[in-house]
Design a protein around this ligand. Structure first.
Ligand code: SAM
Ligand code: SF4
Length: 333
């Protein structure tokens, strides 16, 4: 029996992009994401096995998914991660396999990841200052992250981007040094607006450092920017190039200018819940199906149900918003 076709929602959005979280564990404790202590991680038995993830991804690609990004927690703390990368790289239909990581373990893994089939890498970096890094991530690991970035630069990825979380009171002084650092390494840095997905529930609208403000600071210090056109419709970042030829930067205005109209993403959590939005309060349990003999058709149906229920927008920009129970490290950013 064939399974139903593309994952189109009620608003005509075609879903081709899947984020796969492979763990809720992490070797940092970023203040905007995880609690400092007392984190209750899921036991290994609750987390999808590599074979379960591979099967789900293979079904999703038969429904039109083309891009897969592996994330977490930190994906590199999942034991045997290279085996999973190899399995996913071999799934027919995937044209783009990417990973988001905090970079700590890239010194060990960068070459292996490239060889196993990861094409693009996003590395999170909020500051170049050791003390500030420690304040933000609650760990003294900046030096290892920087070594990880260097290893990644040597490993031959198609693309490496740096992700910087933009929080008022935290990020203002980091914008220019990070943009200069990225230029030096020939990378693109993207500033991401702080979203209400922190474990501490400290998010407030006035803590969002907006994309507009970031662009102003960049231009004041580093000269004029021009937008890179045409914009990739489904990419969350708006990208700019410096007119002096000195590289490019991106801003992700998830809160002040949400891009829900173009959203083509689905998410699979480490323990097998499918989500249609970062901010969704509803989830669809595929682990149960995977472990109880469900057919591919049944799993495809679950994917269609998930997409069919997707809302027009996440609502953070309006008052109509309830933060999901799950926070960032439990979803997979
Ligand atoms: N551990 C990896 C890392 O940090 O890159 C992958 C998972 S992490 C959840 C993915 C991305 O989510 C990171 O770039 C991080 O900065 C971002 N993030 C975490 N909490 C966030 C929040 N409250 N708002 C916006 N982005 C957030
Ligand atoms: Fe870990 Fe990434 Fe969350 Fe920081 S943002 S605590 S590195 S999962």
């Amino acid at each position: 029996m064939s399974i139903r076709g593309p994952l189109v929602d009620r608003f005509g959005r075609v879903h081709t992009d899947l984020r796969v979280s492979v763990t809720d564990r992490c070797n940092l404790r970023c203040v905007y994401c995880m609690p400092a202590e007392g984190v209750e991680f899921r036991p290994h038995s609750a987390i999808l096995s590599f074979e379960e993830i591979e099967r789900f991804v293979a079904i999703a690609t038969r429904l039109g998914v083309r891009k897969v990004r592996i994330t977490g927690g930190d994906p590199l703390v999942r034991r045997g991660i290279l085996d999973l990368v190899r399995l996913l790289a071999a799934v027919p239909g995937i044209t783009d396999l990417a990973m988001t990581t905090n970079g700590i373990l890239l010194g060990d893994y960068a070459h292996g990841l490239r060889a196993a089939g990861v094409r693009r890498l996003n590395i999170s970096l909020d500051t170049l200052d050791r003390e500030k890094f420690q304040q933000i991530s609650r760990r003294d690991e900046l030096a290892r992250v920087l070594r990880g970035i260097e290893a990644a630069c040597r490993a031959g990825f198609d693309q490496i981007k740096l992700n910087t979380l933009a929080i008022r009171g935290q990020t203002e002084d980091e914008i220019v040094p990070l943009a200069r650092f990225a230029r030096e390494y020939g990378l693109e840095v993207r500033f991401i607006e702080f979203m209400p997905l922190d474990a501490a529930r400290q998010w407030q609208n006035d803590r969002v450092l907006s994309a507009r403000e970031i662009l102003r600071v960049l231009q004041e210090d580093l000269g004029p920017l021009e937008p890179i056109l045409p914009k990739n419709a489904n990419a969350p970042a708006t990208e700019y190039r410096f007119l002096d030829g000195g590289g490019r930067v991106g801003v992700i205005a998830s809160v002040t200018e949400p891009f829900c109209d173009e959203c083509n993403r689905l998410r699979l959590t480490a323990e097998g819940k499918v989500r249609n939005c970062l901010f969704s309060t509803e989830e669809w349990d595929v682990r149960n199906l995977l472990r109880n003999g469900a057919t591919d058709e049944r799993i495809a149906e679950l994917l269609h149900d998930t997409v069919g229920a997707k809302k027009k927008s996440h609502g953070t920009e309006s008052g109509a918003f309830a933060a999901p129970e799950r926070v960032m490290y439990q979803i997979g950013g």
